[in-house]
Design a binder for this molecule. Structure first.
Ligand SMILES: Cc1ncc(COP(=O)(O)O)c(C=O)c1O
Length: 446
């Protein structure tokens, strides 16, 4: 077996992080990157190439976080470097109509089954925000349903029960406790939010019976990706489709994580479910900030200029340089064999990790398939929903395990709520390094 890459010291990272305290809150630009997650301090990353990253001390890591899934082609893919360099030479952005955005949109439509038309945003958060506004305008209804443990970005009304909490705080399945994820949001924001447990057909039927006629939309992640990686039960998404159709609420499939990952057309293609609207981000931009809302002309046309239009402005919408990257990225993803390779590498990692835990007698499961998965330290055979995650997953043990992996040259966030990402840049040699490091890291769990 290949020997894991051992990191040496992190003194330069420490120095940078101390310096960062003067200028940045917590020394970072997002709480998920700081010392609350990485102990005692985050590793300052300086460079990336294909599946590898290097920190400020020159330590090398195989990266399995891949910018929270954005880097589907790995770091610094030569085709994308060329696309960016050529585009930049002609001007980064005009905030005007361009052929670049048309070419990106054409490729997008060819790949995503439900995309009659598409509107590009700059982030996944902007995409979900816009989808909700469109749904409200289209239906003339105010309320929407979101599920416990689903994250749809940091827009106010979505920030309810997106984080995990101790089980005793969750309330009952019939009447879940409503826990805001952020200070600074007026309680009135949540008046229009109906909250329900996910992956539970009975409670979905019940909540639709009670509120269906008032709902503008039901928004769901097709695979629950912000409590690790939790798959929908067979038929669950299809039943959600039927129920939303019957009550006149739009089904918004939030494919910000799953889009272009599980299939060229995302989970809507994989699970054969047709949403009214779907949202994208992350893998779409291969590392560049972009999001998208896709759907039928009859809904998206609400944004057409008129007295009663749905407003969506943005200086950087359809950013020229980003659109060039999107087009080049989608061309690579559309190539034959891309997904077979992603699945092959990912499934090798999943099978290998399961074998490591079994061999080392560690009670852990690896959930997911192909290009995305998560490890749960648990006595359970599966984690089925948010409540299972809050009750049965040992997130501290996971953090300890991942910190050990970081010392062994594997880069991953110690946050159990995220997930391992396989990019087209990962090789079977990378997986061997991971498995060897995982084997060694099991020693700290004994
Ligand atoms: C399912 C889902 N939707 C939306 C978002 C928000 O995307 P962004 O971080 O690009 O704003 C995220 C981010 O992690 C996400 O996981």
């Amino acid at each position: 077996m290949t020997q894991a890459i051992r990191t040496r010291n992190r003194s330069h990272s420490q120095e940078w992080f101390e310096r960062a305290q003067q200028s940045l809150v917590e020394g970072v630009n997002s709480p998920s990157r700081g010392a609350a997650v990485y102990s005692p301090a985050p590793i300052i990353l300086e460079r990336g190439h294909r599946s590898r990253v290097w920190d400020a001390d020159g330590n090398e890591y195989v990266d399995f976080m891949m910018s929270f899934g954005a880097l589907i082609q790995g770091h610094a893919h030569p085709t994308l470097i060329e696309a960016v360099t050529d585009a930049m030479a002609g001007g980064s952005h005009f905030a005007a109509a361009t052929s670049a955005e048309i070419e990106a949109a054409e490729r997008f439509r060819r790949m995503v089954p439900s995309a009659e038309v598409v509107r590009f945003t700059n982030t996944g958060s902007e995409a979900t925000m816009l989808a909700l506004r469109l749904a409200r305008a289209h239906t003339g209804r105010r309320k929407f349903l979101k599920f416990e443990g689903h994250y749809h970005g940091w827009y106010d009304p979505f920030l309810l029960n997106a984080h995990s909490h101790p089980p005793e705080q969750l309330g009952s399945v019939e009447n879940p406790a409503r826990i805001p994820d952020s200070a600074g949001i007026p309680p009135s924001t949540f008046v229009d939010v109906v909250l329900a447990p996910w992956n539970d057909v009975n409670s979905l039927e019940q909540v639709i019976r009670l509120h269906g006629k008032e709902l503008a939309a039901v928004i769901t992640e097709p695979i629950m990706a912000n409590m690790g990686c939790i798959l929908p039960d067979d038929g669950y998404l299809q039943r959600m489709r039927e129920l939303t159709h019957d009550c006149g609420a739009l089904l918004i499939l939030d494919e910000v994580v799953t889009g272009f990952r599980y299939a060229p057309g995302g989970c809507q293609e994989y699970y054969r479910v047709e949403p009214d609207l779907s949202t994208f981000g992350k893998a779409l931009g291969a590392g560049f900030p972009v999001g998208a809302v896709a759907g039928p002309r009859s809904i998206l046309e609400r944004m057409r200029w008129s007295d009663n239009m749905v407003l969506h402005y943005g200086t950087f919408n359809g950013h020229r340089l980003t659109m060039k990257v999107v087009a080049a990225n989608l061309d690579m993803l559309a190539a034959e064999d891309t997904y077979r390779k992603l699945y092959g590498t990912g499934n090798a990692a999943i099978t290998g990790l399961r074998q490591v835990f079994q061999r080392r007698g560690v009670r852990a499961i690896v959930q997911g398939f192909g290009p995305m998965f998560q490890i749960y330290f648990t006595e359970r055979v599966a984690i089925h929903d948010y409540r299972d995650y809050c009750t049965y997953v040992d997130a501290k043990r996971y953090s300890k395990f991942v910190h050990q992996l970081l010392d062994l040259g594997i880069y991953m966030t110690p946050s159990n709520g995220l997930h391992w990402i396989i990019s087209t840049a990962h090789t079977h040699a990378d997986i061997e390094l991971l498995l060897d490091a995982a084997d060694q890291a099991c020693s700290v769990l004994a």
